[in-house]
Design a binder for this molecule. Structure first.
Ligand code: GLC
Length: 651
């Protein structure tokens, strides 16, 4: 990170720590409190520059900064010794999360294991897949009933009682850490449940807590905002504001009625969330998945997404954990257009200072787009034109599917550059993955179609999207084989592209769409539950039976991850360069490493392709080995032959 030229010159902490902070540190050994002040000093401008921009004009700014330093000091003073040791290790190995040895796995605790204490029994299973990072899907205490899959949190310091206790969470984090696995959990930054204590106080009329949220006495401002806002859930939660007669106010509710948007222009909100994050970090959380961050700042006349202040908030949060819990990193969830996505990994003055990870939503969308169209030109164009090949102190979280729908985030401009109509292509993809486009191999469902904008999103699992469901129903052995190759190609792509590949629970054994959510009244309106099936451990057992679908998928994915770990070219610091495809239907990129280049090829065409040797030679891998198989690749006449859905990593 280093010094920032814009450094704020406030005499801090040189002038001595504010009293409350000093007293928090008083009980610590001198070296421990010195470590705190050294780290505070290291991140001083990373923390204060953005905060001065956000809140510096306020008369209570100096008091706020004192309070913040106190919260940081209290967090550090409460940090357990084993985690302080981890902090030191991470200080010494700051690239830990960029390494090619990283592999992530994402699951709902209840659907994977039952409860948090039950997770320990499945660590061997995670180990088999090479997992070094697990994301427990929302596990903090949600509101009762529909909680948007846990994203409507009523207590950030308690765990969902159905899953366990906060001590269970700390125990699971320690058990995972002992096996080399970092725990990631969600912190929902944009909103709390309306059942959260802050919201309760606001509803009871407390003006200090009403100021935690965005509340309006009449429709004047809401109408002005609404003129340029999108609707996230138009089908079941239209509009962005909700009227509460008890307090006679409109409350900003971007997502669901029960999710109240926090007002980040209030520095008390910032303080509260920092305290929450340190509380959780001290229970062993190593990766914070910061939810829905694009929405944190509101500005009339805009979509109220990706506003510059969002990046100031996120940089300051990052500096805060770097001071008081430096082992932790931040994964920022912003499912936005390519242009808006890049800054979440730190751009301009935020370079190296913001998210350590961000979801590569565009790579995911382009994977499914290319798979349906058998054409990789749009994919190559978008990934080449909008994304730098490399970031400072940050990398992508790469994935094929997650718990959310796929929004077909392909802009009209990008589609037009390839001679396509954006609307027609997006609508083709939604139809294709719903399974209604003639000849589609996919099975899925629509999510939130918006008749006003023509926007249609899609739900479905990796396996069902890839053709496995349809082929199994038809008892079509060749179709099953093809679907398996599509899934393995996708995993070879996310394992090599650059970033931490995130495996989504059940994809490794081909779990299909699950329709049981339709009979649960809290879930029936939300087709995303279709791709959140429970783990089928009996099916998982079949991974040990050679030749089964489960064995081929699980074994194939585990092998890809094993290969990734021994291929240092794939370290996150090595830039990714998208290559102009030598052949139609083949997506190609190059990782540039001190060891020489790695060229990765993926055949989306659906039939055989030949990549000319001249292309491989020009990219530095004329005489090469396929790192995925360990086999030498001997030049053949006509070029390198790639069967349908082939994937190779050539060095
Ligand atoms: C994120 C989550 C999504 C949730 C939303 C609101 O986008 O991934 O599941 O509905 O935030 O919290």
């Amino acid at each position: 990170m280093g010094t920032n030229p814009e450094s704020d010159t406030r005499p801090f902490p040189e002038a001595g720590l504010p009293a409350r902070a000093a007293s928090a540190l008083a009980g610590l050994a001198p070296n421990e409190s010195e470590l705190f002040t050294l780290r505070l000093d290291r991140s001083r401008s990373d923390l204060l520059d953005p905060l001065a921009r956000l809140y510096g004009e306020r008369t209570d700014y100096a008091a706020f900064v004192d309070d913040l330093v106190a919260v940081l000091a209290e967090g550090w003073a409460a940090r357990p010794a084993d985690l302080r040791h981890l902090d030191l290790r991470r200080d010494l190995e700051p690239d830990w999360f960029l390494r090619q040895t990283m592999v992530g796995y994402v699951f709902y605790v209840d659907r994977f294991a039952g409860t948090i204490p039950d997770v320990a029994a499945h660590i061997d299973y995670l180990d088999e897949l090479g997992v070094t990072y697990v994301h427990f899907m929302p596990c903090l205490r949600p509101r009762p009933g529909d909680s948007d899959g846990g994203y409507s949190v009523m207590d950030y310091r308690a765990v969902d009682p159905r899953l366990g206790t906060i001590d269970d969470l700390a125990g699971a984090a320690a058990a995972l850490r002992a096996r080399g696995i970092s725990l990631c959990i969600d912190v929902v930054l944009n909103h709390t449940a309306k059942e959260h204590e802050w919201a309760h106080k606001a509803l009871a009329g407390d003006p200090d807590y009403q100021a935690y949220y965005r509340m309006f006495d009449d429709r004047i401002l809401p109408d002005q905002y609404e003129a340029t806002l999108d609707e996230v859930f138009p089908a079941h939660a239209p509009g962005n504001f909700t009227w509460y007669p008890a307090i006679r106010k409109w409350v900003w509710t971007t997502f669901n009625e029960h999710q109240w948007d926090l007002d980040w222009s209030n520095p008390r909100v910032f303080l509260e969330i920092v305290a929450v994050m340190l509380f959780l970090a001290n229970r062993g959380v190593e990766v914070f998945r910061l939810d829905a961050v694009a929405f944190l700042w509101k500005r009339i006349g805009t979509r109220c997404q990706n506003e510059p202040e969002v990046h100031d908030i996120l940089q300051a949060l990052r500096a805060a954990t770097r001071i008081a819990a430096p082992a932790a990193i931040h994964l920022e969830e912003a499912i936005v257009s390519p242009r808006d996505l890049v800054p979440y990994l730190g751009a301009g003055r935020h370079a190296g200072r913001e998210g350590n990870l961000a979801y590569h939503n565009s790579l995911m969308v382009q994977f499914w787009s290319a798979l349906a169209s058998r054409d990789t030109r749009l994919m190559a164009y978008v990934l080449r034109s909008h994304f730098p090949g490399h970031f400072r102190n940050a990398t992508w979280a790469t994935y094929l599917r997650c718990h959310d729908d796929v929004g077909w985030a392909i802009t009209d401009e990008d589609a037009a550059a390839l001679g396509l109509s954006g609307l027609a292509h997006r609508s083709f993809l939604a139809d294709f993955y719903e399974g209604v486009f003639p000849g589609s191999f996919a099975r899925g469902a629509l999510f939130q179609s918006n008749p006003l904008t023509g926007d249609k999103r899609s739900s479905g699992t990796t396996a069902s999207f890839s053709g496995l469901e349809a082929a199994m129903l038809d008892d079509d052995a060749a179709g099953i084989d093809t679907a398996i190759h599509r899934i393995l190609m996708g995993h070879a792509l996310i394992a090599a592209f650059g970033g931490v590949p995130l495996l989504y629970m059940g994809d490794e054994i081909g779990l299909l769409n699950d329709h049981t959510y339709l009979s649960d009244p809290d879930k029936a309106h939300d087709s995303r539950w279709m791709h959140r099936p429970a783990m089928d451990w009996r099916k998982a057992e079949r991974r040990g039976v050679a030749g089964t679908i489960e064995a081929r998928l699980h074994g194939g994915i585990a092998e890809i991850m094993r290969r990734r770990k021994v291929t240092p070219h794939l370290h996150g610091e090595n830039p990714t360069e998208i290559l102009s495809a030598a052949v139609d239907g083949v997506f190609a990129f190059r990782r540039i490493s001190p060891l020489g280049p790695l060229v990765a090829l993926f055949n989306f065409a659906g039939d055989w392709r030949r990549v000319p040797w001249g292309f491989l030679e020009a990219n530095g891998v004329g005489d090469c080995e396929d790192r995925l198989t360990g086999h030498r690749v001997a030049p053949e006449e006509g070029g390198l032959a790639l069967p349908p859905y082939a994937r190779v990593w050539l060095t």
